[in-house]
Design a protein around this ligand. Sequence first.
Ligand SMILES: [Zn+2]
Ligand SMILES: [Zn+2]
Length: 108
Amino acid sequence: MDVEKCSRCKKPFSFDTEKVDAGPVEGAPRILVYLPYCPHCGTRNMVDHDMTQEEFYAYYSLDASTDPGMKKCPDCAEWVRGDARVCRFCGYRFALTPPQRQTRKRAE
Ligand SMILES: [Zn+2]
Ligand SMILES: [Zn+2]
């Protein structure tokens, strides 16, 4: 259970983090939120989530390997964010330039 203040009517309400919808914010797929409805006014609130990316994948039975935003650390084989420069698990430093660089000419 978690208690939150409604963004619209400002009344506090509690919600069950196990049952409420959770998902990425539209346009910002790396930000995970709970989406509980306020029982007072029915507004859908967005509540910050302390779930990690890994827990999120496990929760939704998703595989990080199918997410184009993720890359695998060659040193410890953990999945890290595609824009990470240093592996947060083992400290491996990724090359700054991605191996597959697009050489296709840009159409002006
Ligand atoms: Zn409300
Ligand atoms: Zn690593």
